[in-house]
Write a protein that binds this ligand. Structure first.
Ligand SMILES: [Cu+2]
Length: 489
């Protein structure tokens, strides 16, 4: 009964002239019955996007999405048990055309522990499908919906406790193409932000548990694109060439934060804010609500690394909300002179964190050596301390004291040395005959093993007296010395 009524009410909408008569929706959607044989939807893992449907008629499209609970890295050397749609965070990208009839199958892997369901924001009906898709482990559910509205839509799990299911990575995007399709571009990418809540600190090694209190307090440990710290940096960076067009489908799964999505060094030519049909032009930063998405388009002109961030910027540099689009091609000096400052801007995100992961593995196995710590510490030093003390440890005369062959450092006890990065330092000191009277801020946001590795690297570099600092020593100093007000714990 309802099936027949639906097209009628849409026809009434059309007659009233409102809903479809906007700039981005050129064609009139055919919301009639599906034509031709059923089509199995192509689903892709992030950052890939399925190809355009290239269809001109509504079809019946079959989507099979499997929920898989699995342990994956959330940072180098740090694992987390994610709950996923299709084995990835965000979940598989679904692409259909306005007017399609979608036969949706939700499968809950038999090895899973939890029941799950799915709420697709692109669905018109109770719970966006949630009411029809509650599925126990080892079972599957099926429901059918018509994609009435074009746009880019979030889907997510809505099983209680909902925040926990979303907070464990249960979200993704579904694109409902307009009848005429989207304008052709050179690259389409799938990027989705999410906030994560772990018991341990940001980048604390080992397996991390979900922290419900942090989630309730909206104090995430991680804010990342595509499910992990570094998911889209280094070898995993997005790529393009100069003089190309790029379309990003940018979602935000939340569960809590709103994203101020920005690409450092680019201006968005076109944004479909909130995934709606109105096009906005010449945008610097676009707001992406939790449970919302946007389509962002720009064209590349100057080669280099463009940094995708949540411009709530502590999230980018201290919680992981940072990705890279690497653009290759000839320089255009008339647009940009060409001096690149990637490494200092990006800190340790620009370099491989492999030595840090190796050291964490060795520490877990009880085989951590001084060379392991030195290698990890070097990477971390370059991301944190080198901004002031310089990569070669020489500092800047009169401003930042040298760590290389520092006679001040050489005289410190292990505890006093540990206290400097942990609690900062201010006031007069003399290093190698030169006076300094400045302030070093506390770096207590780093974990015990990060500080241990950095100091072991410093002690074994540049003619310093060698030695070793362990994470147990750092933990002891952390517990027994006061941090200045406002320092991280
Ligand atoms: Cu779930």
């Amino acid at each position: 009964m309802k099936r027949f009524l639906l097209p009628l009410s849409i026809a009434a909408l059309l007659a009233s002239g409102g809903a479809w008569s906007n700039q981005a929706s050129v064609g009139t959607p055919d919301l009639g019955p599906p034509q031709g044989p059923p089509i199995n939807a192509v689903l892709t893992s992030p950052p890939n996007v399925p190809p355009p449907t290239n269809r001109h008629k509504p079809a019946k499209v079959i989507v099979r999405l499997e929920v898989i609970e699995k342990e994956m890295p959330i940072a180098d050397g740090t694992t987390y048990t994610f709950w996923t749609f299709g084995g990835t965070v965000p979940g598989s990208f679904i692409r259909v055309r306005q007017g399609d009839t979608v036969e949706f199958h939700l499968e809950n892997n038999p090895n899973n522990k939890m029941p799950h369901n799915i709420d697709l924001h692109g669905v018109t009906g109770p719970g966006g499908g949630a009411a029809s898709s509650f599925t126990a482990p080892g079972h599957q559910s099926q429901f059918t919906f018509k994609a009435l509205n074009q746009g880019i839509y979030v889907y997510h799990c809505a099983t209680a406790p909902v925040g926990m299911h979303i907070g464990n990575g249960m979200y993704g995007l579904m694109l409902v193409e307009p009848p005429e399709g989207l304008k052709k571009v050179d690259h389409e990418y799938y990027v989705m932000q999410g906030d994560f809540y772990t018991v341990g600190k940001y980048r604390e090694k080992g397996h991390q548990q979900f922290d419900m209190q942090k989630a309730i307090d909206e104090k995430p440990t991680y804010v990342v694109f595509n499910g992990s710290d570094g998911a889209l940096t280094g070898d995993h960076a997005l790529t393009a060439k100069t003089q190309q067009t790029v379309r990003l489908f940018v979602g935000n799964g939340g569960p809590n934060l709103v994203s101020s999505f920005h690409v450092i060094g680019e201006i968005f030519d076109t944004v479909r804010q909130e995934g709606g049909t109105v096009e906005q032009h010449n945008v610097q930063t676009t707001l992406i609500p939790s449970g919302g998405a946007a389509m962002v388009e720009f064209h590349t002109q100057v080669p280099g690394s463009y940094v995708l961030v949540d411009h709530s910027i502590f999230r980018a540099f201290n919680k992981g909300a940072l990705a890279i689009l690497k653009v290759d091609g000839p320089e255009d000096k008339s647009i940009y002179s060409g001096k690149e400052v990637d490494s200092s801007y990006l800190g340790d995100n620009a370099v491989s964190m492999q030595p840090v992961a190796d050291a964490a593995k060795a520490a877990a196995a009880g085989t951590l050596t001084v060379p392991d710590q030195v290698a990890a510490g070097k990477t971390l030093f370059n991301g944190t301390c080198s901004a002031c003390h310089q990569g070669n440890g020489e500092g800047l005369e009169g401003v930042f004291p040298p760590l290389a062959k520092s006679d001040f450092l050489a005289k410190l006890s292990a505890d006093d040395l540990i206290a400097i990065p942990l609690n900062g330092h201010s006031g007069k000191l003399t290093v190698n005959g030169k006076d300094y009277d400045s302030v070093m801020p506390p770096m207590s946001q780093m974990t015990d093993d990060e500080i241990a590795n950095i100091l072991t690297f410093v002690l074994n570099s540049w003619g310093n007296p060698a030695g070793r600092i362990t994470k147990e020593q750092v933990a002891k100093v952390r517990a027994s010395t006061p941090r200045p007000a406002g320092a991280a714990h």
